[in-house]
Design a protein around this ligand. Sequence first.
Ligand code: NDP
Length: 399
Amino acid sequence: MGKALIIGAGGVASVVVHKCCQNPDVFEEICIASRTVEKCEALKNKLDGGRTKIQTAQVDADNTDEVIQLIKSFGPDVVINVALPYQDLTIMDACLATGVHYLDTANYEPPETAKFEYSWQWAYKKKFEEAGIMAVLGCGFDPGVTGVFSAYALKHYFDEIHTIDIVDANAGDHGYPFATNFNPEINIREITANGRYYENGEWIETPPLSEKKVYDLPEIGLKDIYLLYHEELESLAKNITGIKKIRFWMTFSQNYLTHLKVLENVGMTSIEPILFEGKEIIPLQFLKAVLPDPASLGPRTKGKTNIGIIAQGTKNGEPKNYYVYNVCDHQECYREVGSQAISYTTGVPAMIGAMLMIKGTWMKPGVYNVEELDPDPFMELLNTKGLPWQEDFSPTLLD
Ligand code: NDP
């Protein structure tokens, strides 16, 4: 049916590649392209022999012309960008130049400032409309499935949603004193930033990790959850009509937070360049180099993740509450695709989004966040492609 160009060959890309190969009727051909071509070849060697034809290519996705050349030579229907957020705009430019659809899992970040905002990518809306091509932004789990869950809740259970709490829990244990579950640079940038949430048309800032609650999560149990800013809050506050309050919560263990505090206090999480032995280095990038590679955590991680949304609102004038969540087991993911649940829960939705685009189910020119698209076909595929979800109509609410 179609061809996908997958850019990146890290933890998430590996899951995308596995899942595309499990669905050869849709993904007849894929090209895995990344900065380090050996990683693409290693993935190809693992999966070659199935019905999906696999090519590899070396590409520096910071360079639009290189991406354009690659798109022209491979001729994909869609580009799945699972490199880093720094490459979003160069890849979108290449898609515009070649008339090819685009999907990613994280919003554009300029390398020098951590902003977590969609402004740069939303600015492409008109250009994509005029070119007759589609961009789907943030199609991982969070952002991604959390937006689909929100759209599904609104479509089926509410007349108005007033409050959404996104709760992201990882009860996985990898046995290292400290490691991040995905790209450490992106992960630490996110956590050390101020918390922020949306209430009554305003954004309210909180000091990093200062808002804490305890929540009893299905299949995981009681966990400390901390208020963070997360990029889907921006698009959901805009796209879920009638929303008054939206917050994002993530679990962290005391041990994780203690390590993070020390690293922060000694300056290792800074993204300000420093001079080291005559060379400029960015402390956070150096820290990434000494921490365990997230891709190596797969075989060691035990336990489950639970990510979902708790929505409060009204239906037929009556108050209504709804919790929808997915529980994912790290070791089951590893058995299936050789990666832990964090990469799995991001890679599966990226594959599903690309599948819906290739099939034409999700297809309209422009730039969209997932909650602007029909959630039903996506929810069906979550159940059949590895991320089944559960519902609770009387959840405990967060005050
Ligand atoms: P990794 O660091 O494991 O992989 C990133 C890959 O991108 C590497 O293969 C890297 O190549 C490649 N890359 C980096 N720069 C370039 C470049 N200039 N040109 C070509 N390739 C490049 O990250 P993850 O797989 O963990 O994350 C991938 C994306 O998924 C990130 O954007 C992350 O923010 C996002 N994400 C989204 C989540 C969600 O739920 N929405 C959750 C988790 C992650 P090399 O091997 O040479 O370094």
